[in-house]
Design a protein. Structure first.
Ligand code: NAP
Length: 252
């Protein structure tokens, strides 16, 4: 038994949306800390799986489209069946739609809320039922700066991520006594597909960089330490916290 409170050896994690971007970075960070990882998402995360195996951990690729809640229970069941347990859930899969609030469509509202908030809640529920039975578990939801701020031209995204922050606190209240830690990471501006349009917009890119005290976009690897902390016994008394990893953005 390791004395290192950040050690995840023998733990099994699910990371959603891990074929690219932040999800891939989080899956690799958990694997580096010792966890076996189920990679659940729309595009099969074969590349991430190879890299997890390269770190000496087991990887399971689970195709799942979280536009609806249909695959949720099967993702949890397959992980437990094939990797032998479930200790950590990282809800990372998410989408964004940009349009003026005056023109925003119902489709752009529903698709973002269904993926970012509804599927996230039911994944927490399915994993939480297992974790409550075993009396132990770690849930990490991926929030956003827009869990704290209003944003602009992203109404369904802001609603979903503000909802994720609220749900994280609610679930912590209900499940802390069951040995389940529910927390969130709020990434700042991280260079991924999700922010490609912002990075490509010269004016917005300059405005964003001017406001980040660290003076640079974040990389998915910048979030790894926070994820390992919240997935490990080092955070056993941390509940309902939204941990910003933002280069100082919120401090401005
Ligand atoms: P990304 O590169 O676009 O990755 C999003 C991931 O979610 C991809 O794996 C994507 O799969 C998956 N996904 C989307 N819709 C899905 C669905 N219906 N079913 C299953 N998987 C689905 O973006 P990212 O920046 O890494 O975003 C990851 C998370 O971080 C999101 O929740 C995002 O809101 C959040 N976040 C990002 C930033 C940032 O600056 N980048 C900041 C704050 C929060 P596909 O590849 O198949 O689309």
């Amino acid at each position: 038994m390791s004395m290192n409170p950040f050690d995840l050896s023998g733990r099994v994690a699910i990371v959603t949306g891990a074929n690219t971007g932040i999800g891939q970075g989080l899956a690799l960070a958990l694997a580096e800390a010792g966890a076996d990882v189920a990679l659940a998402g729309r595009t099969p995360a074969e590349d991430t799986a190879e890299r997890v195996r390269g770190l000496g951990r087991r990887a399971l690729v689970v195709p799942a489209d979280f536009a609806t809640t249909a695959p949720v229970q099967a993702v949890v069941d397959r992980t437990i069946g094939e990797l032998g347990g479930l200790d950590i859930l990282v809800n990372n899969a998410g989408i964004i739609r940009r349009a003026d609030a005056l023109d925003f469509t119902e489709e752009d509202w529903d698709s973002v809320i269904d993926t970012n908030l509804k599927s996230l809640f039911f994944l927490c529920q399915a994993a939480g039922r297992h974790m409550a039975k075993q009396g132990r578990g770690k849930i990490i939801n991926i929030a956003s700066m827009l869990s704290f701020q209003g944003g602009i031209r992203v109404p369904s995204y802001t609603a979903s991520k503000s909802g994720v922050a609220g749900l994280t606190r609610l679930l912590a209240n209900e499940w802390a006594a069951k040995g389940i830690n529910v927390n969130a990471i709020a990434p700042g501006y991280i260079a991924t597909n999700n922010t490609a349009a912002l990075q490509a917009d010269e004016t917005r890119n300059r405005q964003i960089l001017e406001r980040i005290p660290a003076g640079r976009w974040g990389a998915p690897a910048d979030l790894g330490g926070a994820a390992v902390f919240l997935a490990s016994s080092a955070s056993d008394y941390v509940q309902g916290h939204i941990l910003a990893v933002d280069g100082g953005w919120l401090a401005r």
